[in-house]
Design a protein around this ligand. Structure first.
Ligand SMILES: Cc1ncc(COP(=O)(O)O)c(C=O)c1O
Length: 383
């Protein structure tokens, strides 16, 4: 059976160009980027070249890029740092209700430590209510966190408008751009954000490496303390192969962005139209146009998303659901609940996320497989 991978929002394969460029740093170029000698300087030069490439993709200055172990670490660093800086009783952090757990879980921890966390609602298409957000900002607001694109439904947030509202109150803004970078144009100056996170493995780079953009003049406390790596903003020996791979992945993304986005949008729209034609009661979640070009979240009344996922897996198709496994039971996606879906609707949703390797023929096969699996599951429920 030839398998079809339609779960690129979970992770992407490493691009061959990325692998070629990072492999020497797992072999002969093994220097520690902090060492003064020849080996160290070669590693250091490679890290700095990668920093320039990441910065170029974002329209940033290389000095504004801090390498991390990924999106989760970057988000933890910003949230912890901001609330520590604001400190004390009365400090608040504002976040959208549809953030990834990489943001929500550190927010929950801040709450335990006494910071007030305000969760801002979204509409039925997953777009954050900017007026409601503006109304929550106060003297003691330490940070606003609104993701650029949602991982489950793909909705793209009006982050520039969020920044406008926050600026008026002097509040810094963090955007989790893990799903956006490499998929849609991302320019930190146009957005105006103070902090932005990205992750290597979502853009055909390696796992375990990412970056945090910190706007020039903005302070961020290190999360990991130790040596003076990354200009004192992130301690720990640099993951040179990972960083080199991330740099190359960013360079590739920059060159391929428009072409990839147009091709993936056409494939995604073909998938959506094909599914709707075969299963007219399909319910699509997310904004119809302000959506990642590769993402389709869809549910079928009466069909559990997890059962559909497993049936599609047996047919050779990899997709995912937004449900989280908790003590053996499935919790419906907080994103879909925040978008006003019922728990049943949320449980029904599956996510298709397309990537560079997918073809029209694969999409057509996927449409057939979805129709087959849904029909089978409905028949088994009815009998
Ligand atoms: C929106 C979003 N933020 C953060 C993360 C976490 O990134 P990482 O896997 O690099 O820690 C993910 C990963 O799924 C994500 O989708």
């Amino acid at each position: 059976m030839s398998r079809v991978y339609l779960d690129h929002n979970a992770t992407t394969p490493v691009a061959p160009e990325v692998l070629d460029e990072l492999l020497p740093y797992l072999r002969d170029e093994f220097g520690n980027a902090s060492s003064t000698h020849w080996w160290g300087q070669r590693a250091r030069a490679a890290v700095e070249r990668a920093r320039e490439r990441v910065a170029e993709l974002l329209g940033a200055d290389p000095a504004e890029i801090v390498f991390t172990s990924g999106g989760t670490e970057a988000a933890n660093q910003v949230l912890r740092g901001a609330s520590e800086a604001a400190g004390g009783p009365g400090a608040a952090v504002v976040a959208s209700a549809v953030e990834h757990h990489a943001v929500l879980a550190p927010c929950a921890r801040l709450e335990e430590l006494g910071t007030r966390v305000v969760r801002v609602p979204v509409d039925r298409e997953g777009v954050v209510d900017v007026d409601a957000l503006a109304g929550t900002l106060g003297e003691r607001t330490a940070l606003v966190a609104v993701m650029l694109a949602n991982n489950e439904v793909g909705t793209i947030q009006p982050v520039d408008r969020v920044v406008e509202a926050a600026r008026a109150r002097g509040v810094p803004v963090f955007t989790d751009a893990v799903q956006a970078v490499g998929r849609i144009p991302v320019d930190v100056r146009a957005l105006g954000v103070d902090f932005l996170s990205l992750s290597g493995h979502k853009l055909y780079g390696p796992k375990g490496v990412g970056a945090l953009y910190v706007r020039r003049g903005t302070r961020v406390a290190p999360l990991l303390r130790g040596g003076e790596h990354e200009g004192g903003r992130r301690a720990g020996t640099s993951n040179v192969p990972g960083i080199v791979g991330l740099g190359r992945a960013c360079e590739l993304a920059r060159a391929r962005l428009d072409g990839d986005a147009a091709r993936l949008r056409a494939l995604r729209d073909r998938l959506e139209a094909g599914i709707r034609a075969r299963l007219p009661d399909a319910r699509v979640h997310g904004h119809p146009s302000l959506r990642l070009p590769n993402t389709l979240s869809v549910g079928f009344p009466g069909v559990e998303g997890e059962s559909l996922l497993m049936n599609l897996d047996l047919l050779g198709f990899a997709v995912s659901t937004g449900s989280a496994c908790n003590a053996g039971s499935l919790r419906p996606s907080h994103v879909l609940l925040a978008m006003g879906r019922t728990p049943e609707e949320a449980h029904a949703a599956v996510r298709f996320s397309l990537g560079r390797g997918n073809t029209e023929a694969e999409i057509d096969r996927a449409i057939g497989a979805v129709a087959e699996a849904v029909t089978k599951l409905r028949a088994s429920i009815a009998s």
